[in-house]
Design a binder for this molecule. Structure first.
Ligand SMILES: [Fe+2]
Ligand SMILES: [Fe+2]
Length: 193
């Protein structure tokens, strides 16, 4: 059975997503609309009632929404440094889309509350990133964005060479480690092997 269904949000439901992720406003209309449909559909397909209830990660009570917005702001700041210091050309629309959508499937990967959640059966058979990529492809989002999302997890076996992928990687781990450091889990930056 498929883990998600695409659902068109009504105006009020779309506003909830747009208010949760303020940088959606910087995307072109068509892409913003698809991103809103994707987030609404993923939460509506999950065991969580609202986006607000979705935890960032296993053992972390922090909101996924805050993590996404942290990654967006860190990624945009890194893009500014890369452009100013290294003359790196970054496609800001593509970058913003992958920053906003990289953890799209997380509502399907756990269930419960932010304080007390556990992994869903699908989390044991489909790697993080894949369900998000399937939905984004189904919505007609371009393959560059889908590829960055499906390969962003730390256990991915391959990642593309584009500067947007580089920036997502470090923005994501930077923001994730801030939250993981407040738990009993070992943050990525302290794994010294
Ligand atoms: Fe992730
Ligand atoms: Fe993330």
């Amino acid at each position: 059975m498929k883990s998600y269904t695409i659902r068109e949000p009504d105006d009020a439901q779309a506003r909830v997503i747009e208010q949760a992720f303020p940088r959606l406003a910087d995307l072109p209309d068509a892409l913003r609309r698809k991103a809103v449909v994707a987030w609404h559909s993923m939460v509506a397909s999950s065991g969580y009632t609202t986006l607000d209830e979705v935890p960032f990660s296993s053992g972390c009570p922090d909101r996924l929404v805050d993590h996404i917005n942290d990654v967006v702001e860190a990624g945009l700041a890194l893009a500014d440094v890369a452009a100013r210091r290294w003359n790196l050309t970054v496609d800001r629309t593509r970058l913003l889309a992958i920053l906003l959508l990289h953890d799209l499937d997380k509502p399907l990967l756990s269930v419960g509350t932010r304080e007390d959640h556990h992994s869903t059966p699908v989390a044991a058979r489909i790697p993080h990133g894949v369900l998000a990529a399937l939905m984004l492809a189904e919505l007609g989002i371009e393959e560059d964005i889908v590829a960055a999302v499906v390969t962003h997890a730390t256990h991915a076996s391959l990642r593309g060479p584009e500067p947007e992928v580089l920036i997502l990687h470090y923005a994501d781990l930077f923001a994730a480690d801030h939250l993981i450091s407040q738990t009993s889990r070992m943050p990525f930056f302290r794994m010294c092997k």
